[in-house]
Ligand binder design. Structure first.
Ligand code: HEC
Ligand code: HEC
Length: 476
């Protein structure tokens, strides 16, 4: 849109070179010669101005309500209860909200999360006691859920393992392949199916409950078992009847209704576009401080951040390696049981995708520390400096930067991969970002600019966390 501003200038330039008729005539209708002498100088000035403008003005459109999928308020309200209800987890001890909590900007404040078995929320969550002790950390940082309901989102998760695609004939490329249930309204409904079936997130360990067994045997048999729990809860049955025209009694409730409700909640709850930067884009130039404007010019100019963090959502939804330090249990694969995380490559099986992760959005980034796919940096300064000089920052990184829940039985493996020199060499051989020198003031200005992407109501969402849920289970 901003490019449109350039059109009048270009018109002026072409006129100055007499590509169009003379605009400056005297009373006798003769062209004003004196004025004409200045035309070349004016033209040069205007061309220069245009070049400067085209750099400074390559800004995205502001984000607004129409950029999002529709979210039905009745479904969203029901979704908020399901999102925080532990009834959806195998051992009824964890909800989506435990890891995507309102108090932590839709994430959990930890580098690597603690799945079922742990207790509490955020950095105070423990790793469980006695037989409930967790067996493994969640290998990646819990993503915040900001603006995932935007229509342009086509790829989810750090490695993009859920995306819109027709490869299985059901609109989505997911780990369930062709076994996805029908009538899923959008990619968020699809994603909501999977944490429920994952051992270390919500399903629990083998032998502990029926959900994990079913998930392992044939994934699409776990979802009806979860739905049965909802069907036998009278409060839920009434709420589903109220929210859906095609539900007349408990027998009509399907897993698609459950996840479509959760998706409706995520769409409206985490839609966020009331920021100083959006005000600026709408023409209120006083919305940003002069430091933020400096930061913006760097972001869209010399620092080249916008080449990947592009568009209104600040992500191109593509994959790059910036060589963040590795730690934690990793995402082991059947034929690669090492504690590393090869990112996109595990999904694409293409060696060129090694260690690549999806460009994250930067909206509300001030609310969602720590940063990176494994939460390697506690501060914005840290992660930005890493982008500027991955090799040296990797060398300087120390394990105390990771915010990991104490669990002495897991600590032995937490930094094995970080200390492995050969693995580090492999990681460093795959960097997709150009090193760049910025001084401290420039980095601070960029951070100031990132602050302008924080919603004025970031911590005050439309529905918030419910105090009670229909199952009667405690709400985290
Ligand atoms: C144990 C913690 C945990 C629980 C419980 C959990 N999640 Fe997540 N969630 C994560 C982690 C970690 C990621 C990133 C995983 C990855 O990219 O591989 C994530 C990613 C997501 C994403 C994708 C975000 C993006 O930007 O691509 C969505 C959507 C999501 N979760 C929704 C849910 C819903 C809905 C539930 C409940 C049904 C849920 N999560 C339960 C930890 C959790
Ligand atoms: C080559 C593409 C690319 C460029 C250029 C780039 N980034 Fe990133 N950025 C990424 C990727 C990919 C990640 C996630 C890496 C990971 O998790 O391993 C990321 C992560 C981040 C994060 C952490 C976000 C989160 O949710 O954890 C911030 C903040 C960030 N970038 C800011 C910047 C800034 C500021 C610049 C300009 C100085 C910049 N980026 C330039 C690709 C890029």
């Amino acid at each position: 849109m901003h490019c449109l501003f350039k059109l009048p200038f270009l018109h002026q330039v072409s006129c100055n070179f007499k590509f169009c008729k003379c605009h400056y005539r005297n009373k006798n209708n003769e062209c004003n010669k004196a004025f004409k002498h200045f035309l070349p100088f004016i033209s040069i000035f205007i061309i220069y101005f245009n070049i400067c403008q085209s750099h400074a003005l390559d800004l995205p459109d502001p984000l607004n309500k129409n950029d999002f999928h529709y979210s039905d308020p009745k479904k969203a309200k029901l979704g908020s209860l399901l999102f925080y209800d532990k009834i959806l987890s195998g051992n009824q001890n964890i909800s989506c909200g435990t890891c995507h909590h309102h108090d932590f900007g839709g994430s959990d404040g930890l580098s690597l999360g603690i799945g079922e078995g742990g207790q509490g929320v955020g950095p105070k969550r423990n790793a469980g006691i006695g037989t409930n002790k967790i067996k493994k950390r969640v290998p990646r940082n819990a993503s915040a859920l900001w603006n995932l309901g935007a229509k342009e989102i086509h790829t989810l998760l750090h490695d993009g393992s859920i995306s819109i695609s027709d490869i299985y004939g059901n609109q989505f490329n997911t780990p369930a392949q062709e076994w996805l249930p029908p009538n899923l309204e959008n990619i968020l409904a699809v994603q909501a199916l999977f944490p429920m079936t994952k051992q270390f997130e919500m399903a629990g360990n083998f032998g502990e409950n029926e959900i994990i067994g079913l998930s392992h045997r044939k994934i699409d048999t776990a979802w009806p078992a979860i739905t049965n729990r909802i069907k036998s809860n009278q409060t839920y049955v009434e709420l589903f009847k109220y929210a859906y025209d095609d539900i007349n009694d408990f027998r009509d409730i399907k897993i698609s209704h459950v996840v479509n409700s959760i998706a409706a909640f995520i769409i409206s709850e985490w839609a966020s576009y009331d920021t100083p930067f959006d005000d600026y884009l709408k023409g209120n130039h006083a919305a940003l401080t002069s430091n933020q404007v400096n930061g913006m010019n760097l972001f869209y100019g010399k620092a080249n951040c916008s080449s990947c963090h592009s568009g209104s959502l600040f992500t191109d939804q593509k994959f790059y390696s910036i060589a963040l330090p590795q730690f934690g249990p990793g995402r082991t694969r059947l034929f690669d049981p090492y504690t590393r995380d090869v990112g996109r490559m595990a999904e694409s099986d293409d060696l060129n995708d090694m260690y690549k992760f999806k460009t994250p959005s930067l909206r509300n980034i001030t609310l969602t520390a720590p940063y990176g796919h494994n939460g390697a940096y506690p501060t914005l300064k840290g992660i930005i400096k890493h982008h500027l000089d991955p090799k040296n920052m990797l060398k300087k990184w120390t394990p105390d930067k990771a915010n990991l829940t104490p669990a002495e039985w897991l600590e032995e493996i937490d930094f094995v991969v970080f200390q492995d020199k050969r693995e580090r060499k492999r990681l460093l051989s795959r960097i997709d970002i150009k090193s760049l020198k910025l001084n401290e003031e420039e980095i601070d200005n960029i951070i100031d600019f990132l602050h302008s992407l924080t919603d004025k109501d970031g911590n005050n969402r439309p529905l918030g966390r419910p105090h009670t849920v229909p199952s009667g289970l405690p709400v985290d």
